[in-house]
Design a protein around this ligand. Structure first.
Ligand SMILES: [Zn+2]
Length: 322
């Protein structure tokens, strides 16, 4: 038996439908809450987030994975309240998104690899922060061209926590840097997690693969056995890594032609409310269903294949042993 750990309780993997594997209700750079100029009206933000979750649910989504990890605006009680009000299933994560996402409290020598491993295991088995709400996935990442020594420690800790709990690891690469820079750190991630730490490749999702715009790299990640995440779908303008959805179609067909249907993950990396301020994104997550899916069908991708990518792959990725 296996289970998926959502913020409103464990559910059977076969009970979930269309799932968005990389989104954010709230995201902020560590320290956002210490800025006296930063106004955060919880109820106003909650109303907006619940409205967006309801629209996403209406479009056909059943589950959303919130990949804001520790110190990056993760608010467990906010997620529980939003999930309850919208009837959307939400999976939260433990982890840190990169060295930049780790407050000095978690740096060596105060915290070493073993300490981080214990924190992640605790959040997956006992509860996140001071709550008893369980995380359901581990999010880690690299920010620069190369993995830093501290990020390497973060990756090793995540690998060991994954092996102890069965939780999947999902990563971030430097999608803000010009392609193919993200490829280098993506390869380093595969090497540390799979080759060196021995994580089962099917427990690893390599993030932001579409941002690299390199189909050979997509195949490389798939050949390593990991999930290939196209998680900036519908982010077509504004961000440095934004580009037209049409460009993603041939890369998806390429992976399908090579038989990697069961290793593809789709998401939009939507931030419903950015706590550090700045411009709002010009898309919403539901566009993956309303706009992108018709494009896929038009390109000859069948409904069975879309179901594998949006339903069955998330079920497998999120399943943890009972
Ligand atoms: Zn993200």
């Amino acid at each position: 038996m296996s289970k998926i750990q959502t913020v409103t309780g464990n559910v059977a993997p076969e009970s979930i439908d269309i799932s968005f594997m990389h989104e954010h209700l709230l995201f902020g750079m560590p320290g956002w809450d210490l800025d006296p100029a930063m106004a955060f009206d919880r109820q106003v933000v909650m109303d907006g987030v619940v409205q967006e979750l309801r629209a996403l649910k209406k479009a056909g989504a059943d589950l959303l994975v919130d990949l804001s990890p520790i110190a990056s605006g993760r608010d467990v009680n906010f997620m529980v309240e939003a999930a309850t009000a919208s009837d959307m299933r939400i999976v939260a994560c433990t982890g840190f998104w990169s060295e930049r996402g780790m407050p000095p409290h978690f740096h060596p020598p105060l915290k070493g690899v073993d300490d981080l491993e214990e924190i992640f295991v605790r959040e997956l088995t006992k509860g996140m922060g001071t709550t008893d709400v369980l995380a359901g996935i581990i999010k880690i990442g690299t920010k620069g061209e190369h993995m830093t020594p501290m990020e390497e420690g973060l990756f090793r800790a995540a690998a060991r926590a994954s092996k102890r709990t069965g939780a999947c690891i999902t990563t971030h690469i430097s999608s803000h840097l010009p392609s193919p820079v993200g490829v280098i750190s993506g390869r380093e991630q595969l090497k540390v997690l799979i080759e060196e730490e021995g994580v089962e490749p099917s427990r690893v999702i390599i993030g932001h693969c579409d941002a690299t715009r390199l189909p050979d790299y997509h195949l490389e990640v798939a050949k390593a056995g990991a999930f290939v995440a196209f998680d900036h779908i519908s982010d077509e303008v504004g961000a440095p890594y934004a580009f037209a959805n049409e460009m993603r179609i041939p890369w998806i067909l390429n992976l399908l032609e090579h038989g990697y249907e069961r290793q593809m993950i789709f998401a939009t990396d939507r931030i419903m409310h950015f706590l550090s301020g700045g411009g709002a994104q010009e898309f919403t997550a539901d566009q993956l269903i309303t706009d992108f899916m018709p494009m896929l069908r038009k390109a000859g991708v069948g409904d069975d294949t879309i179901k594998t990518i949006m339903v069955e792959n998330p079920r497998r990725a999120l399943a943890m042993p009972d």
